[in-house]
Design a protein around this ligand. Structure first.
Ligand SMILES: CC(C)(COP(=O)(O)OP(=O)(O)OC[C@H]1O[C@@H](n2cnc3c(N)ncnc32)[C@H](O)[C@@H]1OP(=O)(O)O)[C@@H](O)C(=O)NCCC(=O)NCCS
Length: 230
């Protein structure tokens, strides 16, 4: 009797409070394209796989404490650190593991940041997104433009069904970028990770392919598409 009551409560609770759901669907066809990422073009940007020659530009990003403020990333003070980091990313492409695109500003041909995936569960058609932008370029809609291209590619070319973003709740700019792109807040995980001598909460945000496509249709005129050019 007690067990029955418990089961009924769980079902009622999940259907009302948690809005749990499952959606019947054919198995997703996910393509591992990390070893051969396409070059993406937007109005102001080109997103391309990282090259060894990007070290100097990336040093500007990774040596700025303000850029890394909320992130589990160590401040890099030596160019050799970035050489090692770039080599690590290149190896990830080679091994077909998630690694980001670099963001190149068309106007100057300079690498000004990174955007892409650092973790995925292929069989779940799920990937986690990251973004980093040099401080001089903040507040001009650049990451929204870059992320839009990456998301479009992930949903349309890689067969991803869900993209997750985890953001420190005090990182207003990052939350706003996700909001503009249609990410929905799932919740806050207290003390999500330990770094920089503290436990940091994280807000988990999620974007489903179907929601993104619907939003894209609605905003057809104002959205900048990530066009595959290579
Ligand atoms: C987060 C980050 C990627 C955003 O890039 P960006 O190109 O500046 O973002 P956008 O310009 O596309 O959008 C930023 C939005 O946040 C808003 N914003 C920024 N700071 C804000 C603040 N303190 N309060 C309210 N809104 C703020 C901007 O006004 C803009 O919104 P709007 O277009 O509605 O005006 C960039 O700031 C960055 O690299 N930060 C350091 C690394 C980082 O935190 N990465 C994300 C980790 S989860």
């Amino acid at each position: 009797m007690k067990i029955r009551f418990y089961l009924i409560s769980v079902v009622l609770f999940s259907n009302t409070m948690l809005k749990t759901n499952f959606r019947k669907a054919p198995a997703p066809t996910v393509k591992n394209l990390f070893g051969n990422l396409s070059v993406l073009e937007t109005e102001r940007l080109v997103l391309r796989p990282m090259h060894e020659s990007d070290v100097e530009d990336l040093f500007e990003v990774y040596s700025d404490a303000e850029v890394l403020r909320f992130m589990p990333l160590r401040l890099r003070e030596k160019i050799e650190d970035i050489e090692a980091k770039v080599a690590w990313f290149l190896k990830r492409y080679e091994d077909g593991k998630p690694a980001p695109w670099v963001i190149v500003l068309k106007e100057t041909n300079k690498v000004i940041g990174l955007c892409g995936f650092f973790h995925w569960v292929e069989r779940f058609a799920y990937a986690e997104i990251m973004s980093l932008l040099a401080r001089d370029y903040w507040g001009q809609g650049i990451m929204t433009e870059a992320k839009q291209a990456v998301i479009t590619y992930a949903f349309n070319e890689m067969g991803i069904n869900r993209i997750q973003s985890s953001v420190y709740p005090g990182n207003i700019a990052s939350l706003r970028v996700n909001e503009k792109l249609g990410f929905k807040i799932v919740g806050i995980v207290p003390e999500y990770a330990y770094y920089k001598s503290a436990y940091w909460d994280r807000m988990i945000l999620s974007l489903l392919k179907n929601d993104f496509l619907r939003l894209e249709k609605e905003n057809a005129k104002s959205c900048v598409d990530g066009k595959v050019i290579e």
